[in-house]
Design a protein around this ligand. Structure first.
Ligand code: SF4
Length: 377
């Protein structure tokens, strides 16, 4: 909803002069919010702190909880932002308060020379964290380059330790490549490697303890993720969700009481520590959503900006950028859109009486931006 509409309604009750004044104040506050990030808060008081950038919608795996369908409509290559355009936008987002950028996909390492983008972002100097979420298949050959380019953190998605189950879950026989990628990330010097595991009832929930142990053995930190009903998860049903409490109970049955750890800034994971010092996290978007502190937004590979993983509409930033809009104009657009944000998708899904897949297959085909693999999870 544009600023004009909101204020138009207010103006009806006020004299023309008052209306104009109102407009000037709003414009000034938007401009100062755009140049004073500490002022830029959404309608729920949340800052614009992190940007997840999908560099491609393509992927070399077909994970059942993200891309279970046979057929997909892809973004046009000519529409994809160049690395220079992504860096330009990231710089304007940094003006607005963003200090962390996470590169995602699809599978980000499918796009050529991602280290070149990392170098551009690292040169920005105001982004204190440049992270990457990958499925690990192509990580072995690029871990060192990414590290040298300035990448600060790596998260690898790994949902099973069993190659035959990996094949069933992703339709690709590439489990060994993922393990090789994890080793290469360690060798390249990435500390506290994160392992993301989507837990699906009846599929891999019997591996929770093994994967926790695997994380400990590589000096990494596992985050167990509740299976989410986001766009693209067309096979999602509530009974496949293993709730946070159940994951915790299984771990405590084996390891005894776990110690809750203080939150890591606005990171989505709730963190815990075992008696032997092993740390792990749970991302409980389904049963215990964390929208109230969510400072994340997402940029698709073709420049659509989404304020929530569940959002059904976004804002086009590629258009203004390629039409030569000034830095100030784009900064003002970010401020207008963000200050009107009231998204809390996971909370609203939890409040819904009936709950099934978020988007129908027909609508996913009509608009590939509704797919999780297009907005980078
Ligand atoms: S559902 Fe939306 S608002 Fe809630 S945490 Fe996720 S992205 Fe943020």
């Amino acid at each position: 909803m544009s600023t004009k509409t909101v204020f138009g309604a207010a103006r009806r009750g006020l004299t023309k002069r008052a209306g104009d004044l109102y407009h000037q104040i709003a414009k000034r506050s938007l401009m100062s919010a755009a140049t004073h990030p500490e002022l830029l808060r959404d309608a729920l008081g949340r800052p614009l702190g992190q940007l997840r950038v999908s560099v491609t919608d393509r992927c070399n795996l077909r994970c059942r909880y993200c891309m279970p369908e046979e057929e997909y409509h892809w973004l046009r290559r000519s529409d994809l932002l160049t690395y220079e355009e992504i860096a330009q936008l990231a710089d304007i987002f940094a003006d607005a308060g963003v200090s962390k950028v996470r590169l995602t996909g699809g599978e980000p390492l499918l796009r050529h020379d991602v280290h070149r983008l990392v170098r551009l972002l690292a040169a920005n100097g105001r982004l204190r964290e440049i992270a990457l979420t990958t499925n690990g298949v192509l990580l072995a050959q690029s871990a060192q380059l990414l590290r040298e380019a300035g990448l600060t953190r790596v998260t690898v998605s790994l949902d099973t330790l069993r190659p035959e189950r990996f094949l069933a879950l992703t339709r690709q026989n590439l489990h060994d490549r993922v393990l090789e990628g994890i080793r290469a990330a360690g060798a390249a010097g990435f500390e506290r490697l994160k392992i993301d595991t989507v837990v699906i009832g009846g599929l891999n929930d019997d591996e929770i303890l093994e994967i926790l142990e695997f994380g400990r053995s590589i000096g990494g930190e596992v985050r167990f993720i509740e299976y989410m009903d986001v766009g693209g998860a067309t096979l999602w049903t509530p009974d496949q969700v293993i709730p946070r409490d159940e994951i915790l109970a299984r771990i405590e049955r084996r390891h005894g009481a776990v110690e809750p750890l203080p939150p890591d800034g606005t990171a989505p994971a709730e963190r815990f520590r075992l008696r032997d010092g092993t740390c792990f996290g749970i991302i409980a978007s389904v049963t215990s959503p964390f929208c109230r502190t969510c400072d994340r937004s997402r940029l698709t590979a073709d420049g659509m900006w989404y304020l929530c993983l569940y959002a059904l509409a976004g804002t086009d930033l590629r258009g203004p950028l390629r039409r030569g809009a000034s830095r100030e104009e784009i900064a003002k657009l970010l401020a207008e859109v963000w200050t009107a944000r009231s998204d809390r998708g996971a909370e609203q899904r939890r409040e819904a009486r009936t709950r099934g897949p978020l988007v129908t297959i027909e609508n996913l085909r009509r608009d590939p931006h509704l797919e999780m693999h297009t907005r980078g999870g």
